[in-house]
Design a protein around this ligand. Structure first.
Ligand code: GUN
Length: 292
């Protein structure tokens, strides 16, 4: 049976290190500051944003949350970002996605100053990651956290391993592929048009699933001993009759995959906690750069 990768524990370790470093920076006169912006009332986004603000406080950061109505104009949102770009007490700016349809998300992301782009979504940071400048880029938090979990179980030398990333989003799939490539893996990015996904996954030493489709990756797609990182968080509604409750599942059939995998992340408690921890780590790095 597979080792179950305890993302919650690894995230707690990261957060403890960030908190210590944050206190040391504060003693030097620079308190890391994180601004989180949410537009509208998407319930999942509200939960994520509340936990980001809470964790920032726990790390000893200055934590500012801007909660804007759904009808906020694009111009007003850009104005707020410009103010935060110019605010020397703020080192990280995060605009929670998705944004309402009338706002051009791409334009909003690019309005964030790259040196405060702790999500790693601006062209400057995407470009650095794509050219292998992994150490100076802000790397998107979910892939950065996933990478840390992979290194925990496989060690830091991933050279020559076959990695399959299922999903090609800008937030997870593409940056994940770039991180694995920078670590000398042989990387394939699979997506909805990929032919024979099961066979492709069976060739992989590392499978990262980030498609947002409940339990899509089946147990018999996993090679013996492979590392399986499940980025999906899907809520399955409660059955209409009976006692059952709604439940969270990943993009991988956990029970089936656990029989073949060497190590696997659970949902919840795997990649999820790592995302927030890496956001705090990125904000700390940003503040450290300012402090010199
Ligand atoms: N929505 C879902 N994931 C993310 C993320 O990592 N960052 C932001 N800003 N929004 C998200």
């Amino acid at each position: 049976m597979a080792e179950i990768i305890d993302g919650k524990k690894v995230a707690e370790d990261v957060l403890a290190t960030v908190k210590n470093a944050s206190e040391a920076l504060t003693a030097k006169g620079v308190t890391p500051g994180l601004a989180v912006i949410i537009v509208g009332e998407d319930p999942a986004s509200q939960v994520y944003v509340a936990s980001k603000s809470k964790k920032a406080n726990e790390c000893g950061f200055k934590s500012v949350q801007h909660t804007l109505p759904a009808e906020t104009s694009q111009a007003d949102l850009v104005k707020l970002i410009d103010e935060l770009n110019a605010d020397s007490t703020i080192h990280g700016i995060l605009v929670q996605l998705p944004l309402p349809d009338h706002i051009d998300s791409g334009a909003i992301i690019q309005a964030i100053a790259p040196e405060k782009d702790v999500d790693g979504f601006t062209f400057a940071n995407v470009g650095k990651l794509g050219t292998g400048e992994v150490n100076t880029a802000f790397v998107p938090c979910t892939p950065a956290g996933s990478m840390l979990l992979i290194e925990r179980v496989r060690g830091s030398d991933l050279s020559g391993l076959n990695a399959v990333v299922v999903g090609r989003s800008n937030i997870v799939g593409k940056p994940m592929a770039n991180l694995l490539l920078a670590a000398n893996c042989t990387v394939t990015v699979a997506h909805s048009r990929t032919k024979d996904l099961p066979a492709l996954c069976r060739s992989a030493d590392i499978v990262v699933a980030a498609v947002g489709r409940p339990e899509m990756v089946k147990g018999d797609w996993i090679k013996e001993g492979a590392t399986v990182i499940d980025v999906g968080i899907n809520r399955i509604p409660a059955p209409e009759k009976g006692e059952g409750k709604s439940r969270l599942v990943g993009d991988v059939d956990f029970e089936g995959a656990s029989k073949n995998a060497g190590a696997i992340t659970p949902v919840p408690g795997g990649v999820g906690p790592m995302t927030i921890a890496m956001l705090m780590a990125n904000t700390l790095v940003s503040a450290s750069r300012v402090a010199g």
